[in-house]
Ligand binder design. Structure first.
Ligand code: HEC
Length: 106
């Protein structure tokens, strides 16, 4: 039994060390990853070129919720918004609102 304990503890500590060093290779924030889907139509970080610029826009979250929960689909954005959970829309909005190049507050 002790023979098995040592190697497995060694493996565990290597695994923990590997996990602890992950931040050096950290992935982009969730909001940035989710918002990359918007870039094909609104430009990188929502700042155009493309359709309406959405970078730096105030209250993006409520606008997206309105699109998502509209009872009938009026346009392309209603379909886009329906593809995300409210929480994902919040992450996307927080990320895009903090970007410059912006669409102002309309
Ligand atoms: C397939 C293309 C496409 C994608 C992808 C897309 N949009 Fe749009 N979006 C549009 C178009 C086109 C409009 C212009 C209004 C309309 O036609 O519905 C628009 C309008 C908007 C508006 C309203 C802008 C304003 O000034 O009122 C917001 C906000 C918005 N999009 C956010 C997003 C977000 C956030 C994403 C990613 C989750 C996204 N869009 C992904 C095409 C797209």
């Amino acid at each position: 039994m002790p023979i098995f304990h040592r190697p497995s503890l060694a493996c565990l500590s290597i695994a923990l060390l590997a996990a602890a060093s992950q931040p050096a290779l950290s992935a982009p924030a969730a909001g940035q990853l989710l918002a990359s889907q918007c870039a094909q139509c609104h430009g990188t970080n929502g700042a155009g070129p493309g359709f309406d610029s959405i970078a730096g826009k105030d209250d993006l979250y409520h606008e997206l919720l309105e699109m998502k929960y509209r009872s009938h689909i009026e346009g392309i954005m209603d379909r886009q918004a329906r593809g995300y959970t409210d929480y994902q829309l919040r992450l996307i909005s927080d990320y895009l609102s903090a970007q410059s190049g912006g669409g102002g507050d309309d």
